[in-house]
Design a protein around this ligand. Structure first.
Ligand SMILES: [Zn+2]
Ligand SMILES: [Zn+2]
Length: 298
């Protein structure tokens, strides 16, 4: 039995269904110079919570553990690593949130546009009935973003954006840096408890012993929870990049219509070519210079 997704695709194969005259012409204003930001209440709240949690971890690590520590080298070494990774995590989050994930121009399913594609016999285009756009292959409609997104993996409320062709690198870096700061803070909490059991607790922290213990336990819970969550997410993302199959394609068990490439090639498509330190930087934009495929051969 065919899934609903397959049925939709079958309907869209019929040229008459396209009805381009029902689509409004694409908006005239140039959307490329405006910042991408999804106005979704739930996503904005989740995004703010993410920043708050990272800043809470920064506060506990710096003010409760590192500043009162006796060894300046220990504090400096761990402070630089933790704050550096924390900064990269927040920068990756901001980039993942404010980068267009690969939205297809809205309302481009016009008669003129379809004619300009110069379809040959046997070639068809898919139209999204929700945003009136011609969908490139592997694009999916997101009901939160209200747009069709190229190579959409999933909509992530934590970054208040879809994870798609253009921002997957930032999302992967975000999960990686959050996993790393979570792991680092767990080590620091463990070391702090070991050192402070031998010492007088009042000398170990600028806060009262009960406040210190509560702050550390809360950080422990937070770090453990997010270490598991982001490490699993990071692994899943790297796997889906290597196999060149998005989360949606895996869920829908879509048949493979695109060429199979090596794992390394698939990684360079997302992170940019050639391999360099820029892969780890949320400030380096990967080169996605590829032509869009609107046509399908049936
Ligand atoms: Zn759509
Ligand atoms: Zn979305």
């Amino acid at each position: 039995m065919k899934s609903p997704a397959h049925r939709t695709r079958d309907i869209e194969r019929q040229a008459g269904y396209l009805r381009p005259e029902h689509c409004a012409p694409p908006p005239l204003r140039n959307t490329s110079d405006t910042m991408w930001f999804i106005r979704d209440g739930c996503g904005i709240v989740c995004g703010v919570i993410t920043w708050f949690l990272v800043l809470y971890a920064e506060f506990v690590v710096v003010f409760v553990m590192l500043l009162p520590a006796k060894s300046v080298i220990y504090s400096l070494f761990n402070g630089v690593i933790f704050n550096g990774l924390g900064f990269l995590a927040l920068a990756s989050h901001a980039k993942a949130m404010c980068t267009d994930p690969g939205a297809v121009p809205k309302g481009n399913a016009t008669k003129e546009f379809i004619e300009s594609l110069k379809l040959k016999p046997g070639q068809v285009v898919y139209k999204c009935p929700k945003c009136c756009s011609i969908k490139p292959d592997r694009a999916h409609h997101c009901s939160v973003c209200k747009r069709c997104i190229k190579k959409m993996d999933h909509h992530c409320p934590w970054v208040n954006n879809c994870v798609g062709e253009n921002n997957q690198k930032y999302f992967v870096l975000f999960t990686m840096y959050i996993a790393l700061i979570s792991f680092h803070s767990l080590i620091l909490v463990a070391l702090h408890f070991v050192f402070c059991f031998e010492e007088d607790w009042t000398k170990c922290s600028n806060f009262s012993p009960p406040a210190t213990v509560i702050l550390l336990i809360l950080l422990c819970f937070e770090a453990l929870l997010f270490l598991i969550f982001t490490a699993v997410m990071f692994g899943t993302q790297v796997h889906s990049i290597c196999t060149d199959e998005t989360g949606i394609e895996q869920l829908k068990k879509e048949e493979r219509r695109w060429a199979k490439k090596s794992k390394w090639m698939n990684m360079t498509v997302v992170f940019g070519h050639p391999f360099s330190i820029a892969w780890l930087s949320p400030f380096a934009t990967p080169d996605h210079g590829k032509a869009d495929l609107y046509q399908y051969i049936v």
